[in-house]
Structures are given as C-alpha cells and as structure tokens.
Design a protein around this ligand. Structure first.
Ligand code: KG4
Ligand code: ZN
Length: 355
C-alpha cells in the first residue's frame, strides 16, 4: 500500500492545483486551546476556543504542566464544536494545520501529537504553522482585500517584532524588542498595580479612565532605528512605584496605567510607522495580543492614516491567541507546496527569521 506521505503529497498537489482548501486548524502553544475551520485562508467557518486564563490567574502566570493537561482535556470537544459550527464533517476538511512553535514545549506537543493523529486517521495532509506567522495572518481573515506587501507590528506576550511581509510567507525583520515583549511589560507593570494575570487587558481598561500625563516614564533608547526596549522601562516604572510607596504616597492606579500605556503605545506606533514609511510601504497592519489594546488601535489608525498609510487592524478576538489565524497561515503554506510529515516535532524556540 502507498505510504501516508506519498498519498498526502498527491492530495496536497491536487489542492494546490485547485487553489482552494478547507483547513482545520489547531492552536495550543500557551494557555488557549483552539480549533478552527478556515476556507481558502480568508473565510472563518468556525472558531472554537477554550481559555485557561482563570486557572493560571490563581498562580499569577501560566503553569506549563497545567496548561498541557488542560489542552488534552479541551481539544476533543473543541473539534466537535468547530465542525458543528462550520456545519461540516471531518471528511469535508481538506487538510489539518497545527502550531508547532514557538511556545511552551508541553503545550505545543499536545496539539502537534493530536493533529498528527487526526491527520493520519482522517487521511489528510498535515501543515506545520509558526505561531507568529499565524498572528500576522489573522489580518488575511479580518481584511479579505489585504495582500502583501505590508509592514506588520506583531506584539504579543512573548514577541514584539516589526516585519515587512514581502509576499505570502516571506518576512523580513525590520526591528523588534531587544529584551522583553510588549505584552510581558504590560503584565509585569499590571502586577505592581495589583492587577491579576494577564494584566494587559485589565490595565488597558483601567487606563481608559486615567490621566496619561500624570506620571512621566523614561523613553528607552535603542541602537536600531526600529527597535524597542521594554525591560528598562518596566524596571523604571516598577522602581518608581516602590519608591513612591516607601515615601507613603499613594499611587493613583488609573493614572499610572494610563501613563504607562501611553508610553508603550507611543513607542510601538512611532517605530512601526517609521519602519513603514522608510521602507516605502503603503499598508501597515498589527497583530498579536497587544494589538487588542484600545489605545494602540486608535493611535495606529489615527497616526498611520495621517501619514498617508492604509491601516489594517483585526478585531480583538483575532488578535489574541486563536486557531483561525493558524488556518489562514496554513493555507498559504499549503499553497506554497509545503507539507509536514508525521515526524513533525514541537519547536518551543522556533523563529520566523532564521536568526
Ligand atoms: O498573542 P497572545 O494572546 O499570546 C501570546 O502569543 O503571547 O498575547 C498575550 C499578551 C499578554 O501579555 C496580554 O497581557 C496582552 O497580550 N494583551 C494586552 C491586551 N490584551 C492582551 N496588552 C495590552 N492591552 C490589551 N488590551
Ligand atoms: Zn500568540
């Protein structure tokens, strides 16, 4: 009998010739388990998601062992939910896409092993997707007319990059953080204000009512023109809070949150727009959990459009971790002739730019 790999090569080639595919996608790199169905990289047919945030919040951050176990429990019911949402059976799906890195190794392995089993049992091609490329690709679902080239700011809990998306699947790193990710800085500063994990969304909400000129935080300098650094800023903000408290001064949390948010957003927007304008880009997009930040969304749009750029911002639910974005990225990988074997492994430190 012909091997699974050989059969899948033929199936994948047929899909490439057709230029169309319904993809079942799986995401389990951190604390969200998600299964989605995406048509032709653009149409969201189903988006099933189970968040573990409430459980990890008890510990003040993601506990990897708990994350893996919860993925195992959540994943089968999510498959049923996603197929039901899409009104499809497993046989109607053309291929299975899965996040294989970067992320927590145990969490990734749950999704990778499960996807391999599913692809083999259902006789479908398997596609390996980089989580960061997934975030960028959320824009293809959110904006059906968006095509490369464009410049994209990817800011999440673990990554902050400015990339030039030259073509589908072809990325050039223009700049990024030299230390902490933007989401990480939000989460750590939120903790100082007593905001539970993950602090980003709650700090954002609190900041809405605050005065963003109330406190002054340093704007960190970086070597690279499009790089940013959040570690120094985070430490300065945390030290300043401790100092004020030691002097018996109460910190006004909403003003503190607003001032910090303003500082981070200004940095992200300035560098992204500079990178876009200098490289002659006409379109700019944003992706990743931090792209759910209300001020970042508003400022990128306002300042980007004022600079003559077309600005693309996905809805918040496609900015934070989900499997729709994995299905979108997987489609373009499949169309580029890529396919994963059953020896696919989870790569926790996977990079997008070969450095
Ligand atoms: O992309 P994501 O869901 O997971 C990773 O791949 O890391 O990003 C999660 C990060 C967390 O640090 C979270 O605090 C941050 O995104 N985040 C926000 C907001 N929503 C999520 N940060 C600032 N403002 C928000 N509204
Ligand atoms: Zn993410």
């Amino acid at each position: 009998m012909e091997s699974y790999e050989a059969r899948m090569r033929e199936k994948a080639d047929a899909l490439v010739r057709r230029g169309a595919a319904v993809i079942l996608a799986v995401e389990s790199s951190c604390d969200e388990t998600a299964v989605a169905v995406v048509e032709n990289g653009r149409i969201e047919r189903a988006n099933a998601i189970a968040s573990q945030i409430d459980v990890h919040a008890l510990y003040g951050g993601v506990v990897p062992e708990i994350a893996s176990r919860m993925h195992v429990e959540a994943i089968d019911p999510l498959l049923d939910a996603a197929l039901a949402q899409a009104g499809l059976s497993l046989q109607d799906v053309d291929a299975v896409a899965v996040t294989y890195g970067p992320g927590l190794v145990g969490a990734l392995l749950t999704g990778v092993s499960w996807a391999k089993g599913l692809a083999y049992a259902a006789d479908k091609p398997l596609i390996a997707v980089n989580h960061i490329e997934g975030h960028v690709s959320a824009n293809y679902v959110a904006h059906p007319s968006l095509e490369p080239p464009f410049v994209c700011l990817v800011a999440s809990g673990g990554h902050s990059h400015i990339v030039n998306v030259a073509r589908y699947g072809q990325y050039e790193l223009l700049g990024g953080t030299t230390d902490d990710a933007a989401g990480e800085a939000f989460d750590k500063v939120a903790r100082v204000l007593g905001i539970p994990y993950p602090g980003g969304p709650l700090l954002d909400k609190l900041a809405e009512e605050g005065d963003d000129c109330a406190y002054h935080f340093p704007h960190p300098h970086t070597q690279g023109k499009y790089d940013f650094s959040f570690s120094g800023l985070k430490t300065a903000v945390i030290n300043q809070a401790h100092k004020l408290r030691q002097q018996g001064q109460e910190i006004v949390a909403k003003d503190w949150a607003a001032s910090f948010r303003r500082c981070v957003v200004d940095l992200l927007v300035e560098k992204t727009l500079a990178a876009a304008l200098d490289t002659g880009a006409r379109r700019v997009a944003v992706a990743g959990g931090v792209a759910a930040n209300s001020l970042l969304r508003a400022e990128l749009k306002r300042r980007g459009e004022a600079a003559g750029l077309e600005v693309f911002i996905p809805p918040k639910r496609l900015c934070t971790d989900n499997a729709v974005m994995i299905g979108a990225a997987g489609f373009y990988r499949l169309m580029a002739g890529e396919q994963a074997g059953l020896d696919l492994n989870a790569l926790p430190a996977l990079r997008m730019f070969g450095t």
